[in-house]
Write a protein of this length. Structure first.
Length: 97
């Protein structure tokens, strides 16, 4: 899905107020709907100037598959993507959110 032109322009204007137009942008994408929307808008507003990363905290069995799903979306968008995997000496048992 590609955001509509009016939404892309609004996002680009808001983004340009935060960082110089055309400046490269890094986005963290968890795979949830909000971060995927951010990825789609950023890629449309700054084509060729967006890179993405997903942190696999390795706290849930499905976390790697979610990170790989984001990698697939990024590949289809032409956005460079890295999966950063947390390595725990001892995984946290509480306060995970």
């Amino acid at each position: 899905m590609v955001p509509g032109p009016a939404l892309i322009e609004r996002f680009r204007a808001d983004l340009d107020a935060l960082t110089a137009p055309g400046e490269r942008l890094g986005v963290a994408v968890s795979g949830g709907p909000d971060s995927l929307a951010l990825l789609l808008l950023a890629a449309a507003a700054r084509p060729g100037a967006v890179e993405a990363a997903t942190v696999d905290h390795a706290l849930r069995p499905e976390s790697r598959a979610e990170a790989e799903m984001v990698a697939g979306v990024c590949e289809r968008l032409g956005v460079p993507h890295a999966i950063l995997t947390a390595e725990w000496a001892e995984p946290p048992a509480t306060g995970i959110q």
